[in-house]
Design a protein around this ligand. Sequence first.
Ligand code: 13P
Length: 300
Amino acid sequence: MLASTLELLETAQRNIYAIGAFNVYNLEGVRAVIGAAEANRSPAMLQLHPSALKYGGSPLVLLCLESARTASVPVSVHLDHSTSASAIEFALAAGMSSIMADGSHLPYEENLAFTREMTQFAHAQGAIVEAEIGRISGTEDGLSVSEKEAKMTDPTQAGEFVRQTQVDSLAVTIGNVHGEYRSEPRLDFDRLIRIRERVGHVLLVLHGASGLPAPMISKSIELGVCKFNVNTEVRQAYMTTIGSEACTAPKADLLPCMEESIAAMQDVITEKMKLFGSANKEHLHETPYATMLAAQRYRK
Ligand code: 13P
């Protein structure tokens, strides 16, 4: 069933687990997420990066929405990392219930103005907004400790930012990176505690969940994270399969190759749902009608 991101995340936060938000690019990715969610009776989020949106356009958005609608567990559809007002307008008009307004590349005041404007716009459509301060990078290689810290979320600034923009969820930078961790991941949990203390009840999100060990995932959930973004590990499973015998042998054929890639991605997603604690939590989520009312809370 098509769920609202607000309902998924609030329920997860209240019951101390997290929702996996998985980046998808095509039918195989969508089927892998829904397949894992249904097999594990887990809520889930399908999320589209702007590059996927540019590639797949409205057919891809409709694929996500229709797949969520026909799923037997709650699934929402989210726009990831959007720096553009027009992509946000497009996503909301298409029926997504949440977007990330990503102004983290901008100077603080400009990030504030962009996020505030996008939040007012999204709330008027009944959708919720994720934002970011601090800057999650692709890799931390070659940075000094003080350079790494400068990119992390400042707890006091986070509190101020949330109050001024009225965003619903905040992506924190506490040592997490997108893509592969080239050295042992280190998360600054003291910083996460201080952020939580200053941002009130805002929903906390951790990007770059690929490669984070289980104890770091559990600790993050314990300290208030209720959404993890996962992309790299799922993509790797897909890419490995299309380079394997199942897809490259002389007698290989397209459908079995696609099925194999779905199974490989589904295994990774299943493992994440178990780590995030969302497996077997379907029953805690509300009916689509209650979900719709939750989403309308913001409607003017
Ligand atoms: P990974 O690619 O590191 O899993 O991060 C995904 C992400 O944060 C998408 O916004």
